[in-house]
Design a protein around this ligand. Structure first.
Ligand code: DQA
Length: 144
């Protein structure tokens, strides 16, 4: 089984970006944690980040037939992007929404996720561990 991890805007700055909210772990550290967990569970992962909405849309479209599950931290696009939502709905690849922070405990504009209705579920608020938990959730989805 292959899982595609997609990361949206500003997540390339993890480690230095608002560490009181997102912690000191870099995206490379998170990728290493995910890889080691995935290897133990014998699943393959691919990890990508983009600051461009259109590139994320392209990757979601291209995932069809290549990956069993997408794990998506759409970052700020979570709250704004009809295009990402439509891409998930159009391609039909089971998608799990994740966040490092608990978006419901933050500013009101973060409480709404435009992608939630087309995702299978959400994992949020566990910092880097949200990503590791998503590997387990993805395997569970694939075995349903
Ligand atoms: C985030 C939460 C979003 O509201 C924010 O725009 C991000 C990161 C998270 O992982 O907690 O960039 O997706």
């Amino acid at each position: 089984m292959k899982i595609l991890f997609l990361n949206g805007p500003n997540l390339n700055l993890l480690g230095q970006r608002e560490p009181e909210i997102y912690g000191r772990t870099t995206l490379a550290d998170i990728e290493a944690k995910v890889r080691s967990h995935a290897t133990e569970l014998q699943v393959a992962v691919e990890f990508r980040q983009s600051n461009q909405e259109g590139e994320l849309v392209d990757w979601i479209q291209q995932a069809k037939g290549q990956f069993e599950v997408i794990v998506l931290n759409a970052a700020a696009y979570t709250h704004t992007s009809v295009a990402l939502r439509d891409a998930i709905a159009a391609t039909g690849v089971p998608t799990i929404e994740i966040h490092l922070s608990n978006i419901h405990a933050r500013e009101e504009f973060r409480h709404k996720s435009l992608i939630a209705p087309v995702c299978r579920g959400q994992i949020l608020g566990f910092g880097a561990n949200s990503y590791v938990l998503a590997v387990n959730a993805a395997i569970g989805l694939d075995q349903r």
